[in-house]
Design a protein around this ligand. Structure first.
Ligand code: C2E
Ligand code: CA
Ligand code: CA
Ligand code: CA
Length: 275
């Protein structure tokens, strides 16, 4: 039976070693990608539902791999977070988003860009200073930058309040991303200095059911605590109309536009302006 134990051990260890090896290989690849400039930001517009105007955009990272083509962040962000290489990657994201948004402001002066933060970053003491430095370096006025955090990052409410207060003092705005999918209780919400709730797209998917009570409740909750509400993953005209009817402030999703490369996003803005 010792033999059996050994073979089981091998059976379980080998795939794990394989996974570890893959992670190390990918970290090396990510480092190289950063040096070679293989990352690119795509921008997805955020639309005000009552007027149809573009209020801003979410910056979403893509990896243009020389052999594998475009790689989704779902594939590499988790590994980047586990290995710590997310720190220089997100620095690149913030710098690039600020630079490109600064350019866009010349023609579209009211735009605000949203970037996704990582838990690591959020808890790092030096992040506040780093952010202030990046804003200064790029010349983007702070109120044109929005930081997306998740409920998971706000689980330690005291700590989150302290960090968010410092970030807000710089002048940026804060959005709670994927709202409704986290584990935390709702009571923390009123205590956090946030500006906007982004309702996760899983709630938007239920609209067709007609009996949906959750979406209107979340929208009212947001308004009751004095924050704006944006619905994510809006794919149809019906969904957009329903959300507008329920007084949801903003929406984002394939119905309006998918995430677009900078030039295509600029063209989207120009078309919108003409209409
Ligand atoms: P997320 O922040 O929830 O971003 C929204 C995701 O939903 C994006 O996927 C977007 O392409 C997709 N999406 C937008 N509209 C629709 C729609 O109408 N229907 C459906 N089914 N999907 C839609 P993407 O770009 O693949 O990003 C995936 C996740 O990767 C993001 O989820 C975010 O958590 C993470 N991520 C992306 N860029 C960055 C980044 O620069 N830094 C960090 N830390 N994370 C990032
Ligand atoms: Ca997001
Ligand atoms: Ca989201
Ligand atoms: Ca998400």
């Amino acid at each position: 039976s010792r033999k059996k134990v050994v073979s089981e051990f091998l059976f379980f260890e080998e795939p794990m070693a394989h996974v570890l090896h893959e992670k190390i290989a990918m970290e090396r690849e990510l480092r190289r990608a950063l040096e070679k400039g293989e990352f690119e930001l795509y921008y997805q517009p955020q639309i005000r539902l009552d007027s149809g105007t573009v209020t801003g955009m979410e910056a979403l990272i893509r990896w243009n791999h020389p052999e594998k083509g475009i790689i989704s962040p779902y594939t590499f962000i988790p590994v980047a977070e586990q290995t710590g290489i997310i720190i220089p990657i997100n620095e690149w994201v913030i710098r690039t988003a600020c630079q490109q948004t600064k350019q866009l402001l010349e023609y579209f002066p009211n735009l605000s860009v949203s970037v996704n933060l990582s838990p690591y970053e959020f808890e790092n003491r030096r992040f506040v200073d780093k952010l202030a430095r990046l804003l200064e370096e790029t010349g983007l006025p702070p109120h044109h930058l929005d930081l997306e955090i998740t409920e998971r990052m706000a689980m330690d409410t005291e700590q989150a309040i302290a960090i968010l207060t410092k970030l807000k003092a710089i002048g940026v705005t804060i959005s709670m991303d994927d709202f409704g999918t986290g584990y935390s209780s709702l009571s923390y919400l009123t205590d956090l200095p946030i500006d906007r709730l982004k309702i996760d797209r899983s709630f938007v998917r239920n609209i067709q059911g007609k009996k949906d009570a959750i979406l209107p409740a979340i929208i009212r909750l947001g308004h009751n605590i004095g924050v704006k509400v944006l619905a994510e993953g809006v794919e149809t005209k019906t969904e957009a109309a329903y959300l507008r009817d329920k007084r949801c402030d903003e929406a984002q999703g394939y119905y309006f536009a998918p995430p677009l490369p900078y030039e295509a996003f600029l063209n989207f803005l120009r078309r919108q302006q003409r209409n």
